[in-house]
Write a protein that binds this ligand. Structure first.
Ligand SMILES: [Zn+2]
Length: 60
């Protein structure tokens, strides 16, 4: 289930190129810079901005 550490090292947020870290429940990868969360589908991280969960902020 866990992402391979070497794979994780290679991954970065496509938006801001910052490091990503696994979420607490292991279901996604969280960008430490912009706070977007990328899903992991069948053990493969989906590093697409359009699939990422945006930061939940009440700003217009
Ligand atoms: Zn980011």
């Amino acid at each position: 289930m866990a992402i391979h550490p070497r794979l994780l090292e290679m991954l970065a947020c496509p938006l801001c190129k910052a490091d990503v870290v696994p979420t607490a429940d292991g279901s996604g990868l969280l960008c430490r810079s912009c706070g977007r969360q990328y899903p992991i589908v069948e053990d493969v991280p989906v590093m697409l901005v359009e699939d990422a969960s945006p930061v939940s902020e009440d700003r217009s």
